[in-house]
Design a protein around this ligand. Structure first.
Ligand code: CS2
Length: 476
């Protein structure tokens, strides 16, 4: 028996949805496991706390029909298991797939908020219509893209969003708040800039007057769902659920309080609305995501929990956080950073979460800059040697040059001629990869101290096993 509104009565009362909305007020771009375990849960809780049932979610898949195929037969209901608790979430009302009329949803007057979890690479400037391999002839920023039409928007998430904004402006459907929930610094302003580049002047004026792009920090560890997870959730719910997600109990959402119009009462669901998200965002991107990337490229474990179960590796993560990352954080007066760091290690150690390091290792070119390279810059500017960051970056370089299949939008360039071996010297590899300016910028490419640190670490990783390398670096 499949989960649906009709079969909800078979689910234990405590596991039934907290709210079943009547209207759709939110459009979410990128309805993957993360959204279903994060914003969708906050939105449902907000509706339950206030009784305001206008905030159903229209989820949008960017590329495949997989989520729609799973959720549509279930009336878009799905279970979230966090620790030992499973509950069916009721906030999603429909799922759109590529080709569906997203612009009409964005132009609907009852849509007041758009949220996005579309991963770092959707924000790449070099995929805009006037640059990169997919460039459209004659395309320039600030002019309609040649060939683009309401039914045929510019490809990419930002292109589809702009087509929706154009439809909304034409329909005079009122203000809209667009909330980027991706792990990027200044995610709101970054998205606003990309949107502006795709808008012709009259549309840009309308956007400036009617649309805001608050910044947010989102946090919840959500591994990709496995068949075993689906079996487990089905056993707990008593019905089959092909849309289930398994996550951790911890969840956090900090949102810049800059809304253009109405919104769900997310603060009633535990979200923090603040004037300035940056201190939180920096702390999370550097300490949590930075540590995650270090685990992905150095530990050699298959799962995050296995990596941190090794005391020597956990000690390395502490040094990375304490010596190289924490000194780059500010504006967190009164916040208990030592406790936050310990809580991160405890979350990573959670044996109930089967979080594959391969999931984190993907798209390194899009993740390293904000997680590890910006803090490296800060340390270098302070005259310090960020050796633990350098070790993680060397681990990434080893990964890039030796892993069997590199899952990264810059894969072709990163691989270069060095296929699957340390055929060249560490120094040559470091020099070649540091020259990829989209990742390292000209400043880190030309920074002798940084280059020497990374080269030293890569040489050590090639010569010795990780415990030996960690021990030697610690003793230096
Ligand atoms: C992870 C994040 O895959 C990754 O790169 O670092 O998805 C991480 O699990 C989340 O940001 C946690 O909030």
């Amino acid at each position: 028996m499949r989960l649906s509104r009709a079969t909800l009565s078979r689910v234990a009362p405590a596991a039934r949805p907290l709210a079943l909305p009547r209207l759709t007020g939110v459009v979410h771009l990128g309805i993957g496991a993360f959204h279903r375990a994060h914003q969708a849960v906050y939105t449902e809780r907000a509706m339950a706390a206030t009784g305001d049932d206008r905030w159903g979610i229209c989820g949008v898949s960017q590329r495949s029909t997989d989520v729609a195929d799973r959720l549509r037969p279930q009336d878009c209901l799905y279970g979230v298991r966090a620790g030992d608790e499973v509950r069916v979430v009721g906030s999603v009302r429909e799922v759109l797939v590529p080709g569906d009329d997203l612009a009409a949803r964005l132009a609907a007057p009852q849509t007041a908020v758009v949220t996005l979890t579309v991963t770092e690479k959707a924000y790449r400037r070099d995929t805009m219509p006037w640059s990169g391999p997919g460039a459209v002839p004659g395309a320039v920023p600030g002019r309609p893209v040649p060939g683009a039409a309401p039914g045929r928007p510019v490809p990419g998430v930002v292109g589809r969003l702009v087509a929706g904004l154009r439809a909304r402006a034409a329909a005079d459907a009122g203000p809209l708040t667009v909330v980027s929930c991706d792990n990027l610094p200044d995610n709101g302003a970054t998205l606003a800039r990309l949107v502006a580049e795709l808008c012709e002047p009259p549309l840009l004026r309308w956007v400036e007057e009617n649309v805001t792009f608050p910044a947010t920090m989102v946090d919840r560890i959500v591994p990709a769902t496995t068949p075993a997870d689906l079996d487990d959730v089905a056993a707990r719910l008593g019905v089959t659920d092909l849309g289930a997600v398994v996550t951790e109990p911890f969840t956090q959402w900090v949102i810049e309080d800059r809304f253009a119009g109405d919104r769900p009462a997310w603060e009633r669901a535990g979200a923090l609305l603040v004037d300035d998200v940056r201190p939180y965002e920096r702390m999370k991107l550097r300490l949590l995501n930075g540590s995650h990337s270090a685990i992905a490229y150095l530990s050699g474990a298959a799962y995050v929990s296995e990596a941190v179960a090794d005391p020597a590796f956990a000690a390395f993560l502490r040094r990375l956080m304490d010596d190289d990352l924490t000194p780059t954080l500010g504006g967190l007066d009164g916040f208990d950073l030592p406790a936050y760091k310990e809580s991160l290690l405890a979350r990573f150690a959670n044996p109930g979460l089967r979080h594959r390091v391969a999931q984190i290792a993907a798209d390194g070119s899009q993740k390293l800059p904000q997680r590890l390279l910006d803090p490296a810059r800060d340390r270098l500017a302070a005259g310090r040697e960020p050796r633990w960051i350098a070790l993680a970056v060397a681990g990434w370089m080893r990964h890039v040059t030796t892993c069997r299949e590199l899952d990264d939008p810059l894969a072709a360039r990163l691989r270069g001629d060095e296929t699957a071996s340390f055929s060249s010297t560490a120094a040559a590899t470091v020099r070649r990869l540091l020259a990829v300016e989209e990742i390292f910028g000209a400043d880190l490419r030309d920074d002798r101290v940084f280059r020497d640190l990374v080269t030293d670490c890569l040489e050590r990783l090639a010569a010795d096993d990780l415990p030996t390398v960690l021990h030697a670096l610690d003793a230096d």
